[in-house]
Design a protein around this ligand. Structure first.
Ligand SMILES: [Zn+2]
Length: 422
């Protein structure tokens, strides 16, 4: 392989985005206003469902590709796509039951991003209430239907090392308890990652207690889901016992702070989770903005606001870059562990997924060797990302992807077409 010299750059392992819903890129900015008295997560969800109810396979591809391009440009080289759009509007099955999942996977691969498709499983609107029209697109008829779709996706990924598959029981709200065992057993037999939205909203916790007399993490523990292949996404409204359960099982917790602040979800108790033994990962989730280092710094900033202390996630007495190292690890190694990917570090035997930073960019200029990582974690703008490579292949050069103009134009057009109809 030819040697490329990149003077004036810092080279870092590629960021791993452990929780994404690429199609939600289409609702960016469309929810940033106050419609009435009670705007909250649930009213935001109605807007998201409007997009989900109508998006076509071609639009999904174009919007996802734009979203994945934006990720690459921010130094993200791997994404965990928590994919729950499976069927046509109204719930009719596509001839290929993985039509929409494959559109998202293809969108990622067409820009060069590494993708772990977390095939979501969704059975119901909740323990009471009928599914809305949008939710018809998410529903599986049985655990077997979901698992056979997942099996077909694994067949597609076989021999394509930049595509992997995981399972994602959507949430305790969306699944009856009896579905969790078969999903757990299949994932265990195949060594697959399992992701689940957990305790994002107090209402979800209350409904879980009412139905099962258990809180969400307690239910996951009782069903044998917790372990190092399990990722609890959000994990905000936790009891002390649940924090101990996640930590004791060496589980992963994927925080999505820029989305959590957007939706008013609350603050991830990352300090307590770390102390208990959990591994932290980060996700861009609702794609309101795509800047995983903003999620990294926000994880600590949210705790500062709620505790009145500075640097609560920093190891006590650690060096000047010790907090930055910890947050950067969540954005790289933590995400890699959560998705079961052999990435997240620059070392022999690991795929060369990396990004470079222009050291003359105003956002990091003046940093020295001992505070460069802190300057990057706390100050870098995605504008300063110059080269991005996946598996040793440079995809972004000098801040541009070769197909950027077309991808942006087609993604933008797909969003306008979608909203003209929705
Ligand atoms: Zn999510």
């Amino acid at each position: 392989m030819p040697i490329e010299k990149l003077p004036g750059r810092a080279l870092l392992p590629g960021l791993v985005n452990a929780h994404s819903h690429a199609f939600q890129r289409a609702i960016r900015a469309r929810t940033q206003w106050r419609a009435g008295q009670g705007d909250d997560f649930w009213s935001w969800r109605q807007q998201m469902y409007r997009a989900a109810a109508t998006v076509s396979p071609d639009e999904l591809y174009a919007i996802s590709r734009l979203c994945h391009l934006e990720m690459l440009r921010a130094g993200i080289t791997s994404a965990g796509e928590f994919h729950y759009l499976h069927h046509g509007p109204g719930g009719e099955r596509y001839r290929d039951r993985n039509e929409l999942a494959l559109r998202v996977v293809t969108a990622a691969r067409d820009v060069g991003l590494r993708i772990c498709l977390l095939r979501a499983v969704y059975a119901r609107a909740g323990s009471t209430g009928e599914p809305s029209p949008a939710q018809q697109r998410f529903l599986d008829g049985s655990p077997d239907e979901a698992l056979s779709a997942g099996e077909a996706l694994r067949g597609f990924a076989c021999g394509r090392p930049e595509i992997t598959v995981g399972l994602a029981p959507h949430s305790v709200r969306a699944l009856p308890r009896g579905w969790l065992g078969p999903l757990r057993d299949y994932a265990a037999a195949q060594g697959m990652p399992i992701h689940m939205h957990v305790a994002e909203q107090p209402k979800e916790v209350e409904a879980c207690v009412a139905e099962h007399s258990l809180r969400p993490v307690e239910l996951c523990a009782a069903e044998g889901l917790l372990g190092d292949r399990f990722t609890a996404v959000h994990a905000i409204h936790l009891s002390e016992g649940e924090v101990r359960q996640l930590g004791g099982a060496a589980a992963n917790v994927c925080a999505c702070p820029t989305t959590e602040r957007d939706l008013g979800d609350g603050v991830v108790p990352a300090d307590r989770l770390l102390a208990a033994g959990a591994t932290l990962a980060l996700g861009t989730d609702g794609e309101g903005q795509i800047d995983l280092l903003e999620d990294a710094r926000e994880l600590d900033y949210h705790l500062r606001l709620s505790t009145g202390r500075r640097a609560p996630l920093g190891p006590a007495g650690g060096g000047r870059d010790s907090l930055a190292r910890r947050l950067f690890a969540a954005a790289t190694e933590g995400g890699a562990r959560s998705l079961g990917l052999p990435v997240g570090a620059l070392q022999p035997g690991v795929p060369a997924d990396f990004f470079t930073v222009d050291l003359t960019d105003p956002s990091v200029a003046g940093a020295g060797e001992d505070d460069l990582l802190a300057a990057i974690v706390f100050g870098l703008t995605p504008r300063a990302v110059r080269e991005v490579a996946v598996g040793g292949r440079i995809l972004v050069r000098d801040g541009r992807h070769p197909d950027e103009e077309r991808i942006v134009a087609e993604g933008g057009l797909a969003m306008k077409t979608l909203w003209a109809r929705a």
